[in-house]
Design a binder for this molecule. Structure first.
Ligand SMILES: NC(=O)c1ccc[n+]([C@@H]2O[C@H](COP(=O)([O-])OP(=O)(O)OC[C@H]3O[C@@H](n4cnc5c(N)ncnc54)[C@H](O)[C@@H]3O)[C@@H](O)[C@H]2O)c1
Length: 440
């Protein structure tokens, strides 16, 4: 029988990812209530999942004032609501699947960790990348010892230029006050993968540089209006044109593209034009209230002198129409890539879904194609939801059954906030001292 759940936040993740999962696997997950103040979002979700009127709530507080309605609550609200919603849900007795990041400040992350420790309920953070065949294959290779002891890792998160403009210039995560530093909002996933690749070795020191260099008013072409829809003379020369990205390049449906959905769930060009005229996504990228970086490098030293060089940057090449076209068409510069150097070999991934394994002794390179399973994040989202439901079905006594519990996810967030401190004050941050300073 399907596990029953309530959803808080029917935005792009709520509707497309979690709602999409319940529609695809009705025998596993059934939504029985929804909370969202946005009438259009709430109604879309309620209609798609046949939720009766008396189970449709206008705010998370309204839903959580009621007695517990189901064993599971999925918290897909935006970053600043993660902690209050999850805190109230745990107190009510829900098992919680919460979107990343844990929280927008390190103090709130630690607060939630404490609550989770005291609670007998499951809480899982949506670090979906661990559930992709791509990253799990890479992790298995490291754990198997095939490349020997990992000495150093070179890792890149090349946020595509249009994703950067959507989320970190025009959209939800454009400024720290409304969300969190970009190294957390975007790359807590990558830091989590690096912690996973470090295989139990603890982080010791972090340093970081980075800035917001490009998406600023001084870089606007002369006379560019505040909105792309206001007759911008640069429309055909500008890769960031909202008209181009959100109307001309939209395919026949929105699919898993959460960004396009956020502009409007409708594909009607007239409705979308109006959304661009009125909403945040029609703004010129040089005239937004953004303050998060557009590029940042982070160096991490783990135990046993394992070093990591991580670059997160917002000028990655566009994804091809289908991920299977990636290999060979673009050699790097799009999405996530990494190279892990070990004492016996090298594991290199030039593009998502492809791993090359070089063995020093055999002087042989094996090519592994991990493929692109169904669903968003290379199959990671569906894998994570299945795994969370498995843990819920086994019972709350099995608290450590979830792969990315809050206890596991906290390390990536500590590294991210320490990196941000280093970027801002120009000093190397020792992780133990950073933690001590928070507790003191
Ligand atoms: N795991 C991942 O890889 C991944 C990917 C994208 C986004 N995210 C995270 O998922 C979360 C949601 O992102 P999104 O893209 O769906 O954002 P979104 O803006 O599309 O959706 C957020 C929804 O929350 C609703 N909301 C606002 N106030 C509320 C309230 N008081 N009560 C209930 N609902 C309320 C909004 O109306 C909106 O429908 C974010 O924290 C984001 O960081 C995670």
């Amino acid at each position: 029988m399907a596990t029953e759940a309530v959803l808080v936040g029917a935005g792009s993740r709520g509707v497309l990812t979690y709602g999409g999962f319940a529609k695809r696997f009705p025998q596993r997950l059934k939504f029985i209530a929804i909370a969202d103040p946005n009438d259009e979002h709430r109604e879309i979700f309620a209609n798609e999942h046949n939720i009766p009127k008396d189970r449709q709530f206008h705010d998370w507080k309204e839903l959580l004032d009621k007695p517990q309605l189901a064993p599971v609550l999925i918290n897909a609200t935006t970053d600043r609501l993660h902690v209050p919603v999850t805190e109230a849900a745990l107190k009510k007795g829900y098992n919680v699947l919460q979107e990343k990041p844990i929280a927008p400040t390190i103090e709130d992350c630690l607060h939630l960790l404490e609550l989770a420790d005291r609670s007998d309920r499951l809480i899982q953070i949506c670090h979906c990348l661990r559930y992709t065949p791509y990253y799990s294959t890479a992790h298995e290779i490291i754990s198997s010892g095939k490349i020997g002891q990992t000495i150093t890792i070179d890792y890149q998160e090349n946020v595509t230029f249009d994703h950067m403009a959507h989320s970190f210039v025009r959209g939800n995560y454009r400024n720290v006050a409304g969300s969190s530093p970009m190294i957390i909002a975007k790359s807590c996933h990558d830091l989590d993968i690096l912690v996973w690749f470090a295989n139990g070795r603890k982080p010791i020191r972090v340093s970081s540089f980075g800035a917001l260099t490009h998406f600023k008013p001084e870089n606007a072409p002369a006379g560019a209006p505040e909105r792309c829809t206001a007759g911008c003379p640069y429309e055909h020369q500008c890769p960031y044109s909202a008209i181009k990205i959100y109307i001309k390049e939209l395919g026949p449906d929105i699919g898993y593209g959460g960004g396009q959905w956020q502009v409007s769930p409708s594909t009607d060009p007239k409705i979308r034009w109006q959304a661009l005229e009125e909403g945040p996504f029609g703004r010129c990228v040089y005239h937004c209230d953004n303050d998060v970086v557009d590029h940042q490098v982070v160096n991490i030293e783990f135990e046993d002198e394992l070093t990591v060089a991580f670059t997160m940057q917002g000028f990655g090449a566009a994804w091809p129409k289908h991920p299977s076209e990636l290999y060979g068409s673009i050699t790097g510069g799009v999405g996530r890539t990494f190279t892990v150097f070990g004492t016996k070999g090298v594991m290199h991934s030039p593009v998502y879904g492809h791993i090359e394994l070089s063995d020093f002794l055999l002087k042989h390179t094996e090519k592994i194609h991990t493929g692109f399973p169904e669903g968003s994040h290379g199959g990671g989202d569906f894998g994570l939801i299945h795994s969370f439901l498995d843990a819920v079905e086994k019972g709350t006594a099995n608290k450590n059954a979830v792969n990315v519990s809050l206890k596991e996810a906290i390390t990536s967030h500590i590294i991210g906030f320490a990196a941000e401190q280093s970027r801002l004050n120009g000093k190397v941050v020792r992780i133990d001292e950073f933690i001590k300073s928070l507790k003191g």
